[in-house]
Design a protein around this ligand. Structure first.
Ligand code: PEP
Length: 254
């Protein structure tokens, strides 16, 4: 039985005051209304709100993470933040390979692989995002694309390390568009990904690995998505910016 995960990716939204107030609101709802014994909840605010997030969530059981990290430990990389810096703050998770990083910042599977290794070295838990574009789906190349994102991204990552890694399947055409993959479409892909993991790492590892769905998950579609056998929760963008919606999605995972 895999424990579900609901993670909120705030992207480049909310200044410090807004972040603190949203974290406080989410914290209140979780404390008063939800249980965390069967779902892991993680918030991914911007880097500068991360210290506040960690402090405000202390003792609540809710995790805090960074939306990205650089693969090098330190050096002349203006504007970047390393995995060791994220770890030193006290964060537990980091997102790697989000489609917006791939699309706007040129991150490919090789870069993602280096970042995954850097994050694992710092004992951060990785949320590794993969997903096909609309063109790739329409030209029926999506399974090949997903397979290469998976295999190249996980190059030289062993079964033991996979205990600290979660896959997030996020079809690019469903992110921030309001178009969700149907529960059946998503399940098909999750089953495909688990099969690929079985081939590379064996059945036991594949059955342990958590695979999240992301792409326009909302309170009204979360339950159906999360009830699919291979869907272990969600990575939530837009709906994670509203405390009540996010809480309802957490509830749907319980
Ligand atoms: C995301 O950015 O990871 C995401 C899934 O966004 P949205 O929920 O807004 O589609």
């Amino acid at each position: 039985m895999r424990k579900k995960i609901v993670a909120g990716n705030w992207k480049m939204n909310n200044d410090l005051i807004e972040s603190q107030s949203l974290i406080t609101e989410v914290r209140g709802i979780i404390r008063d209304e939800l249980r965390l014994d069967n779902v892991d909840v993680i918030l991914f605010p911007t880097y500068f709100a991360l210290p506040s997030c960690i402090r405000l969530l202390e003792g609540t059981g809710v995790y805090s993470g960074a939306q990205n990290c650089h693969q090098e430990k330190s050096g002349a990389f203006t504007g970047e933040v390393s995995a060791s810096m994220v770890k030193a703050l006290g964060a537990s998770h980091v997102i790697i390979g989000h489609s917006e990083r791939r699309q706007y910042f040129g991150e490919n599977n090789i870069i993602c692989n280096a970042k995954i290794k850097a994050g694992l070295e710092q004992e951060l838990t990785i949320l590794y995002c993969i997903g096909e574009t609309l063109e790739e789906r329409e030209s029926n190349t999506h399974l090949d694309i997903l397979k290469s994102q998976l295999i190249e991204g996980l190059n030289e990552i062993n079964a033991q390390q996979l205990n600290n890694l979660v896959i997030a399947y996020e079809p690019v055409w469903a992110i921030g568009t309001g178009k969700t993959a149907s529960a059946q479409q998503a399940q098909e892909i999750h089953a495909f990904l688990r099969k690929e993991i079985t081939t590379k790492y064996g059945e036991a590892v594949a059955q342990r690995l958590r695979i999240l769905y992301g792409g326009s998950v909302k309170p009204d579609n979360a339950k159906e998505l999360f009830s699919q056998v291979d869907i272990d929760g969600g990575l939530i963008g837009g709906a994670s910016l509203k405390a009540r919606d996010f809480a309802e999605i957490v509830r749907a995972a319980q």
